[in-house]
Ligand binder design. Sequence first.
Ligand code: PMP
Length: 392
Amino acid sequence: MLDQLEAQSPDALLALIKMHAEDPREDKIDLGVGVYRTNDGATPVFRAIKAAEQRLVDTQDSKSYLGPEGDTGFVHALKPYIFGKNATMSGRIEGMQTPGGTGAVRLAVALAKAAGGTRIHLGVPSWPNHAQILQDVGVETTTFHHAKDDGTADIDALLDAIGKARETDAVLLHGCCHNPTGVDYTDEQWEQIAQAFADKGILPILDVAYHGLGHGLEEDVAGVRKVLAKVPEALVAYSCDKNFGLYRDRVGAFYMIAKDASDLPTITSNANALARANWSMPPDHGGAAVRTVLRDEELTRQWLDELGEMRARMRRVRARLAAADNEAPGLNLAALGKQNGLFAMLPLSKDQIARLREDHGVYMAGSGRINVAGLHEGNTPKFIAALADVTK
Ligand code: PMP
């Protein structure tokens, strides 16, 4: 039976990682993989997380099973950061831990489907796994344009999608630091989005995977909070893998906001059942480390400092690229200064991307997506010169 399987195309980014690893040039630049890097090109463990992990080693007295909802202390400790310090939402919200933001997105889509949702609107381009998850769960996907050529969000395309949506549709939006474009909606646009959702009464699924990597923890979820303040119900998928640097530990959370608090037990029982059938329980370690950080004032302060350093560094790289707008005309590097998070899309042709790789040792996804954290003071001038060369 297994010989009936058809080969799947390998992950293009993994192929890129391999090519980069095999390139002997010392000044090669990796802008492919989506992880944060320091000015030295490292992706270190946060100091706050290291300290929390040490405490866990010293004090954890059991690794016995938790439930499908995972570490509820972790899930509740995150809530004020996402939803606001005093956001009780009249008891209409409950959350659970998931294996990464991926698990949370999967659960959101599966729960929407279980509730009768048949179709999900997705702005494109998007994180490639969104479309794969939608397909695998078995909901229909309809797409709309996320960004305009000028490097700003295409709000009309989204409002049009919401306007045309059927009652059983959901719309999946990135909460901040859009992957792959870096293009986020403005505060005013989020107001419009919130109103459109409220008018239409359809379900928003909000994917927050880069909280704190844009302008700040409060600023980055201001749009999400605007939507949640207006809509009767919503689902939020959250990742701690970037903002706590926990990538391989797979740390995520999934929050359900119900029309009425009395609906929550039924909704969460469905989410638990879906989790049980998928992964049974989330891995504990990373969530426990985040909980340990957030329950300790000193570790929280350290985490906020480390996250602040990351954010400031990425803003500096973006400002440097934006200032080089004239050096590579046609790429609209100026727009990168106003965009957020790890990623940006450069309108480069396949040929130009190949030349950047072959002639200059600059590695980026075939879509033109770059990880701005792959750039630092040392290699940014070389990158800008390479862009100037392939676009001249
Ligand atoms: N949503 C988006 C938009 C992402 O870019 C990612 C990861 N890169 C995720 C969700 C999932 O993150 P995680 O690694 O926590 O599963």
